[in-house]
Design a protein around this ligand. Structure first.
Ligand code: PLP
Length: 491
């Protein structure tokens, strides 16, 4: 220990020889560095001042001064007759200072915290083929947005810098109400809309405010992982209900006793199968909620992008009992970074939701809200959606054509009536993991369909997002995927 200590110390002193500091301070710093990198540990013994002074070829008082200082700071303990030792707190402090916080693992999560950690966060999609649920940020009219932003900046001046109503910027709520009434058949006005940062925030607020530990909530199976995590972390229990070509099999839910406290649906395009919930099932769900005084969470996340057939009225607009919590987002209709979404709630619940929201993040950025309000008021928002609907429909068609040409031998594609992703079921399920692994090496993301099921079941396949890819990029990625599968497939 002694000679190794001196050797390391000398090396450190040489390394920092350019420091224009007195030698006793350089000795202190070198010892602190050794403590910081863990080469000196708690209770390690240091050489005596006489010995170290000799090895370093310095005066004994110089080492004495350095030791005294480190002792005064609590790094060292000196005991007459026994020697000089590293103190326990000194060792920890030095490690902390060298790499603040990284190596200390004293604190532990609460049981709730551990549950949240286990539930996992929601992973944002990457801008790579075939990331699911990723819109096309490259086609966003950014110049128009910038012009709107500078007009709003001039108009609002320093008003945009203050706090705003936690329920949301009033003009934006008015515009959202106008839009939802005209285009989605939602029955609302500025007073029962809460502007939020994301639909994920809406799901978490609903789970927090509407559910107690142990409450059951029916969810589509397979389902959007964000609702599963939100329910789990709030202590509620997701109850899986199968999905078929007409969306959630509501008949199964009706038979369940006791009735769950709530039901979560993505009726426009079920995530991830893209099935549309039929009108009969919507009406049955509404009746179920009325009879059992349960609530319905209607997540209408990308309803704007429907390509085939007429859109069906949203559940919230059909319901006359006030049992629906309607959630929508601008993540898909504008761009993910805008961080704006909304919750339409029964009027009497709005203050409670707003109160909870103030505990989470106060409110969404005033400036973005004001720019979006203007973007909507000038008709740019609906014009953008019309353009994007055409663009995504063309991309959907190009994707389907390419997939049917190159991927048909390996799996079955479900052609989506809307949205930016399709489900694709592998014929040979054994290949799933290896195909995903090899694809990842080629920067192709293949989200697993099986992971989205609650009941374990054999559903090998992927959710393939095509919204962010031009037809050329999409065709190239489909061909690469076909090549990967061919190489993985047993000959
Ligand atoms: C069903 C569903 N709900 C909500 C969201 C998330 O939207 P946001 O980014 O607003 O949280 C997504 C995103 O893919 C989704 O697929």
């Amino acid at each position: 220990m002694r000679s190794q200590f001196s050797g390391t110390l000398i090396a450190l002193l040489e390394e920092h020889a350019v420091d224009e500091l007195p030698i006793s301070i350089r000795i202190q710093n070198a010892i602190r560095r050794q403590l910081g990198n863990g080469s000196l540990k708690a209770f390690d013994r240091l050489p005596s001042t006489r010995l170290l002074a000799k090895e370093l070829a310095v005066a004994r008082e110089t080492v004495e001064f350095a030791y005294q200082h480190l002792e005064a700071e609590g790094y060292l303990i000196r005991e007459r007759g026994s020697g000089t030792f590293v103190s326990e707190t000194g060792a920890q402090l030095a490690i902390f200072q060298a790499s603040p916080g990284r190596k200390l693992r004293n604190l532990h999560l609460s049981d709730r915290g551990k549950k949240i950690q286990r539930a996992g966060g929601v992973q944002d999609p990457l801008p790579l083929p075939f990331s699911a649920a990723f819109p096309d940020v490259r086609s966003f009219p950014i110049r128009l947005w910038q012009q709107t932003a500078s007009r709003i900046s001039r108009r609002l001046g320093s008003n945009a810098l203050a706090y705003c109503d936690p329920q949301g910027f009033y003009h934006l709520r008015e515009e959202i109400a106008r839009y939802l009434g005209a285009h989605r058949g939602v029955s609302c006005d500025a007073d029962n809309i809460v502007v939020l940062t994301s639909s994920q925030e809406a799901l978490l607020l609903i789970a927090t405010m509407m559910l107690d530990a142990g409450d059951a909530v029916a969810v589509e199976d397979p389902c959007y992982p964000g609702i599963r995590s939100a329910l789990t972390v709030s202590g509620a229990v997701p109850v899986p209900i199968d999905v078929d070509d007409n969306g959630m099999v509501v008949e199964t839910l009706l038979r369940r006793t006791p009735a769950p406290r709530g039901a979560y649906v993505t009726p426009s395009h079920q995530y991830p199968t893209t099935a549309t919930l039929s009108l009969e099932r919507r009406l049955a769900l509404i009746e179920w909620a009325k009879v059992h005084r349960s609530f319905i969470i209607e997540d209408d996340y990308d309803s704007e992008y429907r390509y085939d057939g007429a859109p069906i009225s949203c559940i919230q607009g059909l319901d006359t009992s006030g049992n629906v919590l309607y959630v929508g987002t601008f993540t898909k209709t504008l761009f993910p970074g805008v961080r704006l979404a909304y919750l339409v709630a029964p009027y009497h619940l709005v203050p409670a939701f707003v109160g909870m929201r103030t505990l989470v993040d106060g409110h969404s950025a005033v400036f973005n809200q004001a720019v979006l309000a203007e973007f909507m008021a000038t008709g740019e928002f609906t014009a953008h959606i019309r353009r994007m609907r055409q663009l995504f429909k063309a991309r959907r068609d190009a994707f389907v054509e390419s997939a049917e040409r190159h991927l048909a031998p390996f799996g079955a594609l479900r052609v989506p009536a809307g949205g930016f992703q399709a489900t694709w079921y592998l014929h040979d399920g054994h290949l799933e993991d290896e195909v995903r692994r090899r694809a990842e090496q080629e920067r192709i993301i293949l989200p697993s369909l099986g992971n989205l099921f609650i009941k374990r079941r054999n559903a090998p396949g992927f959710v393939l997002g095509f919204g962010g890819l031009t037809p050329q990029e999409c065709d190239a990625a489909v061909k690469r995927l076909a090549r990967i599968i061919k190489n993985v497939r047993p000959k």
